[in-house]
Design a protein around this ligand. Structure first.
Ligand code: HEC
Length: 132
């Protein structure tokens, strides 16, 4: 007598193991948190104080490649970069196609908040809206 059932049982086990592909765990979505507004409450009066102290030297008439406040087109281009980029450039310094913005706009005793206000004041004077 030949035992034919052992082969069938073996194939059955292989088939069941082969079907055991589990579902991948669902990817955990990490939504990009886009700040909806300014990082600080904006104080334009403080911004003017900072501007008059440090930024005006270059930005009033456009010394050494700085965008004068009357140049709305350039300020629009700058505003389009968004505040996170601009505050980084002003804090660390930035060399672009027009010239070099020194770190902190040469306002060495300015806090980040002061620079933030100054950028808003300058955009306000230029007639452009900040982007966040
Ligand atoms: C020594 C001159 C100088 C001073 C002082 C100065 N800037 Fe500027 N700033 C520049 C120049 C030049 C550029 C243009 C760089 C470019 O786009 O090539 C610039 C660009 C900028 C930009 C646009 C940066 C970008 O990413 O396009 C901002 C914002 C800015 N300045 C803010 C300030 C503020 C705020 C102060 C004062 C705290 C200040 N600057 C003081 C020369 C100056």
């Amino acid at each position: 007598m030949k035992n034919m059932s052992s082969l069938g049982a073996c194939l059955g086990v292989l088939f069941m193991l082969g079907c055991g592909g589990g579902d991948k765990p669902a990817e955990t979505a990490t939504p990009a948190v886009a700040p909806a507004g300014p990082a600080y409450p904006v104080d334009l009066a403080n911004g003017k104080l900072v501007y008059d102290k440090a930024c005006y030297a270059c930005h009033t008439t456009g010394v050494s490649g700085a965008a004068p406040l009357t140049d709305k087109t350039r300020w629009q281009t700058q505003a389009d970069k968004g505040m996170p980029t601009l505050i980084k450039h002003v804090t660390e310094g930035f060399t672009g196609t027009f010239g070099t913005l020194p770190a902190k706009g040469m306002c060495m005793d300015c806090q980040e908040k002061d620079l933030y206000d100054a950028i808003h004041y300058m955009m306000n004077q230029a007639g452009v809206q900040p982007k966040y």
